[in-house]
Each structure stands twice: as C-alpha cells, then as structure tokens.
Design a protein around this ligand. Sequence first.
Ligand code: SAM
Length: 203
Amino acid sequence: MDAKYWDSKYETEDYVYTKLVNRFVKEYCEPLTPGTAMDVAGGEGRNTVWLAQQGWRVENIDFSQKALDKCLSFAEEEGVAGFVDTNCSSALDFEPNETPVDLAVIAYLQINQADLKTAIKRVASHIKPGGHLMGVWHSRDNLEQSFGGPRDPEVLPNPELLAEYLAGEGFEVLDCRNRDGQIQTREGLKPSVTAVMFARKLG
Ligand SMILES: C[S@@+](CC[C@H](N)C(=O)[O-])C[C@H]1O[C@@H](n2cnc3c(N)ncnc32)[C@H](O)[C@@H]1O
C-alpha cells in the first residue's frame, strides 16, 4: 500500500485510528523520562500527540502528507504543536530532522518483512545510546488464533522475526512477545494477538 492509498484513507474528518494513544505505547513509554522522540509511521498522530503531552519533542515521520496534516491539527487543538514536527518520508529511507533521539515508536507499520527489517534497522540507527525503541504490530500469530488486522502473513511479524530484525544493532531487548488484546467485531469483543517489542540501545 503506497502513500496515495493512505492519503485517501485519511481523507475524512474522522480520525481513522482514533485520537486515543495505543495502550501498549502508553504502557511502555509512560515510565520513560521525556526527551526527543520519533514516531515512525505515526499516521494521524494519536501517539505523537500523547508523547508531546507527556513532554517529549516528537517528529512524526510518515509518507502520507494527509496523515501529517491531521496530526498537526490535532496537536494544535491540544496545545502541543510546539512540541511536534512532521516529516513526509518513507520509513525505509527517511532522514530525520533531529537525530539521534531518546525514543523511537513504531506502531502498526504493517509492511512486507524485507521492508520492515530495513525500517527497523534504519530507526535503530537514529536512537541514542541508552535510548529506547518501542514497537507494536498485529502479530502473525493473530492469523490462526484471533481476529482483526491484515490477513496477509507477509505484513505480519511475530516476536521471533522482530528480535531477528533488531539483532546486531546494539540493543538489549527488554521485552519482545505476543500480548493479548481485544477488538470490537459485529459479534462483540474478540481476542486479538499483538506483537510488542521494547528495547534499549546499549552504550
Ligand atoms: C495502520 S497506520 C498506523 C498509524 C499510527 N502509527 C497509529 O498507530 O495510529 C499505518 C501508517 O503507516 C504509514 N506507512 C505505511 N507504510 C509506510 C512507509 N513505507 N513509510 C512511511 N509510512 C508508512 C501509513 O501512511 C499509515 O499512516
């Protein structure tokens, strides 16, 4: 799915992924001391704005300009626009405005696995020693065990693959596993498996 697809998906007044921070992003990032952050594939900015509200200076790097425009409006609404920067670029070859950073978040970047590996390695290279990487994805294990998310296994990592992509980049993996979530379906709440990776750069 290219940037055009995402621009047209976001061409609505509504916030497609809501304005509410992802619960795993909140859980892992809330205890950290605010500094500089990048939200890679940050979309309409639910996590970017939440981080800014916690005192982080955040760059949302996404290849959809429409997403970034909505992120900035949301940040203005919340009075944190001064803490938010946007960068319309691909996760595969972006050049951040600020580097290295204390924290990088990647939430639901569901792209083919070769590209995801490239993106993770690129993001990892822009994190300071002692800084953190927090990522969250619909898990490949969701396909068999649960509901929601993409159905193409190629865009679904699992914890083993995520740890493999980060290997060799100088990180201590603090947590990398499937977590249970729930999604709303027409038949009510159903289980959903989410892959989460939280790691700290050594040094
Ligand atoms: C499912 S949305 C998630 C948005 C946001 N992280 C969230 O949790 O609300 C996926 C986002 O990834 C972006 N994206 C997909 N492929 C990308 C790529 N190769 N480079 C940059 N952004 C990409 C899309 O534009 C979209 O905003």
